[in-house]
Design a binder for this molecule. Structure first.
Ligand code: B4P
Length: 192
C-alpha cells in the first residue's frame, strides 16, 4: 500500500506526472482540480460554487473540498493506494486526510514536491491557456494570484509532512521523462 501526495505550485506538473504514475503503479489518481472541473462542466451546485473561487485563482473552501475527497476515497476501497494530486492544499486539509487514512489503518507514505519557479509556472500555464479553455489559465494576473495563494496557504503542507519525515523535493524544471524518473526513484525507496 502506497499513498502518495504530489505537491507543488500550480502548473508544476502534478497532473502530468500523475498520469504517468498510474500506468506504472496500481494507484488511484485523485485530482481535486479534475473533480471540481467535472462538477463545473455538469453545472452541479458544487461546480457552480467551485467556479466562483477557481476563476479568481482562489482555493475552494476546505469543508467542501474535504467532503468531496472523502466521497472519492470511500468509493474505491479496492485499490493498492492513492495519488493525491492538488490535495491537501491547506494544513486543515492535511489533518483531515491523515484522519481519513487513519480510520482505514493507513497513512501517507510520501509527499513529493515538484519545485518550479514562478516565471516558469506563468509561462507554462499561459501556454496551456491558449487551448485548454481554462479560465484560470488565460490571465497572467490570475496565475500569479494562484502562485501567491500557494505560497501563503499551501507551502506549509510541505513542512507538515516534513515534521513526519515524509517530504521530498524534486527539481521540477526539465524534461517530463527526467522528472518522472526522479519521482519514481523516490517512490521505489518507499517500496524497498
Ligand atoms: P489544479 O487542477 O490542481 O491545477 P494546477 O495546479 O494548475 O495543475 P498541475 O500542477 O497539475 O499542472 P499540470 O501537470 O497540469 O487546480 C486548479 C484550481 O482548483 C485551484 O487553483 C483551486 O481553485 C482549485 N482546487 C484544486 N484543488 C483544491 C484543493 N485541494 N483545495 C482548494 N481548492 C482546490 O501542468 C501544467 C502545464 O505545464 C501543462 O500544460 C503541462 O503540459 C506543462 N508541463 C508539465 N510538466 C512540464 C515540464 N516538465 N516542462 C514543461 N512543461 C510542463
Amino acid at each position: 500500500m502506497i499513498n502518495l501526495i504530489l505537491f507543488g505550485p500550480p502548473g508544476s506538473g502534478k497532473g502530468t506526472q500523475a498520469a504517468k504514475l498510474v500506468e506504472r503503479y496500481n494507484l488511484l489518481h485523485i485530482s481535486t482540480g479534475d473533480l471540481f472541473r467535472y462538477e463545473l462542466s455538469h453545472n452541479t451546485p458544487l461546480g457552480i460554487l467551485a467556479r466562483s473561487y477557481m476563476d479568481k485563482g482562489e482555493l475552494v473552501p476546505d469543508e467542501v473540498t474535504i467532503g468531496m475527497l472523502r466521497n472519492k476515497v470511500e468509493a474505491h476501497p479496492e485499490v493498492d493506494g492513492y495519488i493525491f494530486d492538488g490535495f491537501p492544499r491547506t494544513t486543515p486539509q492535511a489533518e483531515a486526510l491523515d484522519a481519513l487514512l487513519a480510520e482505514r489503518g493507513q497513512s501517507i507514505s510520501r509527499l513529493i514536491m515538484l519545485d518550479v519557479p514562478e516565471e516558469e509556472v506563468v509561462n507554462r500555464l499561459l501556454a496551456r491557456g491558449k487551448d485548454s479553455g481554462r479560465a484560470d489559465d488565460i490571465n497572467a494576473e490570475i496565475i500569479r494570484n494562484r502562485f501567491t495563494v500557494y505560497q501563503k496557504e499551501t507551502a506549509q503542507v510541505f513542512d507538515f509532512y516534513a515534521a513526519q519525515g515524509k517530504s521530498a523535493k524534486i527539481h521540477g524544471v526539465g524534461s517530463i521523462e527526467d522528472i518522472f524518473a526522479a519521482v519514481c526513484a523516490e517512490i521505489d525507496q518507499v517500496n524497498a
